[in-house]
Design a protein around this ligand. Structure first.
Ligand code: F0G
Length: 459
């Protein structure tokens, strides 16, 4: 067909104004936020690419579901609907609702974790790692080698290195492995997809050694799109069936519904094993809420059930993945160094390459995040040594594997003209590269420092 433009497969029924600002105003806003984009007010932001989490626009059906939500403390109709949808998708019988993904993580990892335990993942997301380390356990990332090289093209850079997985299980002893966690798609590794073959092989190794296999499925629908496009055997299989097959290999799943369930709040934990599920339920009731609502309102659960159906719509997924790629490809053509190929929910820029004159201990990713904000009011997030850096005994920075900046695209929120604006802002930022400076950290907490750290620009 000659017509190439992929339009948003929806019409807009309700709008939310954007507060515009000038660069002069933004200089002041950023200074008051200690040069940390997390500390900006949303009204100070024009295009918010901080996260794709909880920022989706809900559909008319989801909003109708909000009105229809059943707020009963126990046995809510909305819970029944959510439970049925999640069971059907995951193939797991025990479903525990939670207020968001990390609540599910805290429950399962505090039970499985503790001193002496090791967790293995393609890449632990920051909250996953924090929950595991907080329990006293050790978290090891083993993405495939290709996944560590931003420019290298590979269809499934989110895959786990299965050879290393087996070596690590043997090295630590299967009884000391808390769990193996496959993050689908691999958020911290550049939003890259995981292949069906890899998800299956990870399962085979885990089950050979009797190790618990969990999937972080918060972007499972987006991952299914890549599997259908890139794994020959799946080209005629529906997105939902692909997701179902992938999850069939795992013993459990955690989900932040704030991503592919297209809602603003929610999550769950799904398990096959009744005993483990019962232990988790005890913690759920103590800290989140009764088993038929977790930390959620009935209306939230209603919207999750509807969102989990909508997200597998073929037109939606095509628009979603292709529009992310549209932004990425345009930036790439301009010579902006990116993590390639473009992932599902975000475009990741290689700040180390973009600012070769800024050493990693001066956080080049933070520089790009600040520049994008100053020039165009675009809020992004550093995924590099600010987020994942550690210190050695001499307080010297052990940098992260990569210095990335993420432009995470909220689902169904921005139109193509917003994206065109972002592309123009990049052209301006590019002109200022040589004069851009690094940052030093002036305040940081012990865990998840990127959320609240303060920075000072270097002279
Ligand atoms: N797992 C992954 C892969 C995630 O990306 C996130 C959140 C979580 C777990 C935790 O879920 O926020 O509902 O508690 N990611 C967001 C992001 C915050 O911006 O990527 P949560």
């Amino acid at each position: 067909m000659a017509i190439k433009t992929i339009i948003e497969p929806f019409k807009i029924k309700m709008v939310e104004p954007i507060t515009m600002s000038t660069e002069l105003e933004r200089i002041d806003f950023l200074k008051k936020a200690h040069h940390n984009t997390f500390l900006l007010d949303s009204d100070q932001v024009i295009i918010d690419f901080l996260t794709d989490s909880g920022t989706s626009a809900m559909s008319a059906s989801q909003w109708a579901g909000i009105i229809d939500g059943d707020e009963s403390y126990a046995g809510s109709r909305s819970w029944k609907r959510m439970e049925k949808t999640v069971r059907e998708l995951t193939g797991m019988n025990y479903v525990l609702p939670t207020h968001q993904g990390r609540a599910a993580e805290r429950i399962i990892y505090s039970l499985l974790g503790g001193k002496g335990k090791t967790f293995i993942s393609n890449t632990h997301f920051d909250t996953t790692r924090a929950n595991i380390e907080f329990s006293g356990s050790n978290a090891i990332d083993i993405p495939i080698e290709e996944g560590k090289h931003p420019k290298l093209i590979h269809p499934f850079k989110g895959n786990m290195d299965v050879k290393k997985l087996e070596e690590l299980i043997l090295k630590y002893g299967s009884e000391n492995i808390g769990a193996v966690i496959l993050t689908i798609t691999n958020n911290s590794g550049g939003g890259q997809p995981v292949s069906m073959q890899n998800a299956r092989e990870v399962g085979e190794i885990c089950h050979k050694y009797g190790v618990l296999y969990l999937q972080d499925m918060c972007r499972i629908a987006e991952n299914s799109y890549f599997v259908k496009q890139r794994e020959k055997a799946y080209e005629n299989i529906s997105y939902k069936a692909i997701a179902q097959e992938m999850m069939s290999f795992a013993d459990g799943a955690v989900m932040s519904a704030k991503k592919d369930a297209l809602v603003n709040m929610g999550g769950f934990l799904s398990l096959k094993d009744e005993k483990l599920a019962n232990e988790c339920k005890n913690l759920l009731i103590i800290t989140e809420g009764f088993t038929t609502y977790g930390g959620l309102s009935g209306r939230d659960m209603e919207a999750i059930a509807i969102g989990l159906e909508e997200v597998f719509d073929a037109d939606y997924l095509h628009y979603r993945i292709r529009s992310t790629a549209y932004l990425g490809n345009k930036l790439s053509e301009m010579g902006i160094p990116l993590m390639l190929p473009i992932g599902g929910h975000a475009v990741y820029i290689d700040a180390k390459e973009m600012y070769p004159h800024i050493p990693v201990d001066q956080y080049p990713g933070q520089t790009l995040a600040a520049e994008l904000y100053l020039v165009g009011g675009i809020r992004s997030v550093e995924i590099g040594s600010v987020m994942f850096g550690k210190y050695d005994e001499n307080k010297k920075l052990i940098p992260a594997e990569m210095e990335l900046v993420r432009l995470a695209i909220p689902r169904r929120v921005y139109t193509q003209s917003h994206i065109e604006y972002v592309i123009e802002v990049f052209a301006e930022v590019q002109k200022r590269v040589k004069n851009s400076k690094g940052f030093k950290i002036t305040y940081e907490p012990e865990f998840l420092r990127h959320f609240t750290a303060h920075f000072e620009p270097l002279k």
